[in-house]
Design a protein around this ligand. Structure first.
Ligand SMILES: [Zn+2]
Length: 135
């Protein structure tokens, strides 16, 4: 199966970097494309066009939640349920989102606290077994 590479069209700023809301890759900077403007500036006889930056969108789910708010809800749950450091909890939450593979904001999914907790809850089913079978 061939997949087109993700262009990271939307996401949110989390913990100082950009998290793509489609593939959940961490990027050091918010993605930006430059669009050529209509107005030219003439400098020493050469024409330059304005470069209009078009930043990747901070996408909101239909309930108004941003990706950072959703990750935050997951992180709070992880810290409440396990002895996570915050930065570890963020990485863990992002890994879970990657595994889920659902694009942030897609309509057939409720992007709210319950959904965030459900992801953690589903994952917790495996925690005890991973830790040596003490259920
Ligand atoms: Zn992406």
């Amino acid at each position: 199966m061939t997949q087109t590479p993700c262009l990271h069209p939307h996401g949110d700023i989390i913990d100082g970097y950009w998290l793509c809301g489609r593939c959940y890759e961490k990027l050091p900077e918010r993605p930006v494309k430059y669009s050529k403007g209509n107005r030219a500036i003439s400098v020493n006889g050469a024409e330059y066009f304005h470069q209009i930056p078009i930043y990747a969108k901070i996408r909101k789910a239909s309930n108004g939640w941003s990706l950072s708010k959703f990750v935050e809800a997951m992180v709070r749950r992880l810290i409440a349920k396990a002895d996570f450091e915050k930065s570890d909890a963020i990485s863990y939450a992002i890994d879970l989102l990657k595994i889920q593979g659902i694009e942030f904001g897609s309509g057939d999914y409720a992007w709210d606290t319950v959904a965030a907790w459900d992801i953690i809850y589903d994952d917790m089913q495996y925690w005890d077994r991973d830790a040596g079978g003490n259920q």
